[in-house]
Design a protein around this ligand. Sequence first.
Ligand code: 13P
Length: 247
Amino acid sequence: MRKKIVAGNWKMNLLPVEAVNLYEQMESSQVPIGCELIVFPPAIYVATLNERQGSIFIGVQNFHPEESGAFTGEISVSQVRACGAKYVLVGHSERRMIFGESNGFVKEKIDSALSHQLVPIVCCGESLAVREDNEHIDFVTNQLAETIGHLTALELSHCMIAYEPIWAIGTGRTASIAQAQEMHAAIRQWLKNHFGELAGEDISILYGGSCNAANASELFACPDVDGGLIGGASLDAASFLKIARSF
Ligand code: 13P
């Protein structure tokens, strides 16, 4: 079943007390929310937030696909799972560009997440140069082919996709409604072609890139946009909850 999701990627922000306060403010909302909420705090806060047993799901922004071993500084997939995370971000453009993660490594992380019952949110998205060359759809569908193309339809049903145009991340420049819908529809069509009509229809495809309380309702009204992956605007409880009420 296609779910409506609003997810907050806190990136490398917030000190411990701030992270707990933000999570508790979000949890204390009295107004019913018609979507599933997820937050991706820095990994060192996952266990603490999980102890609060809130209704907001917790995920990690990064992990290593191996279960254990000599990978100084990394956090293993089993550790992530044991600390209570349910979701993992994979293929975020910041991981790809700053930390050199390739489609091949993203694919390994997806396989590892699925085999540990974690839900991968698979990020994809093009640079401004690629869009200006009008290659954006081919670029993004190629990212998908190389990262999830090998999955079965059943495995795909345990994943979500996030389309995050790099030129819209942290820039205040959101994709237009037409640009977002065009890409989300193209992604869904590609999924239908590869995994079958039902699998493509059922998967949630989130939009990310300067999505905020002012533009979320327009974006979420697009037929192929099932929610958002929010960066900056997820660091404020009121704006995050307003986004969550924008369906
Ligand atoms: P912004 O919402 O700050 O543009 O970040 C988007 C993002 O990268 C979410 O993963």
